[in-house]
Structures are given as structure tokens and as C-alpha cells.
Design a protein around this ligand. Structure first.
Ligand SMILES: [Zn+2]
Length: 68
């Protein structure tokens, strides 16, 4: 668990989870799932899970995910 320096922002993921974006003391930016959506089936989105910055700051919003 990285040490959080400060919160930068938050966003709602396509799955409905609330993601908080934080800066760590190391200088890296990470996302933490603050609130998991009841309809989210992603097991990596359990409360407190760390989402790598590359997953949410690319700006590319066109990628579609397959729902299996
Ligand atoms: Zn989710």
C-alpha cells in the first residue's frame, strides 16, 4: 500500500465504481477504488484496490470492453 500524499481528483468508471485519484509520496499517481458499484463484476475493483494510472489517464475513451 503506497503512502498517499494528497488527493488529486475522482472519477466514475464505466462500471459505476467511484475512483479516487491520488498522488503518492513517491511522486506517482494511482487510482484507488473509493466505492465499488453494486453492479460492478470486476474483482479488481474491491474497495481499496489500487488501479495503475495507465488505466485511467490515457485520455483514450474509445476502447470498448467485451462483456462476457
Ligand atoms: Zn468497477
Amino acid at each position: 500500500m503506497p503512502r498517499i500524499l494528497r488527493g488529486l481528483s475522482s472519477k466514475v468508471l464505466p462500471c459505476g465504481c467511484l475512483l479516487g485519484i491520488y498522488e503518492t509520496y513517491e511522486g506517482s499517481v494511482i487510482g484507488l477504488v473509493d466505492l465499488k458499484s453494486a453492479r460492478c463484476a470486476d474483482r479488481t475493483h474491491d474497495g481499496g484496490s489500487i488501479i495503475p494510472a495507465s488505466r485511467f489517464n490515457s485520455g483514450a475513451d474509445s476502447s470498448s470492453e467485451q462483456n462476457g
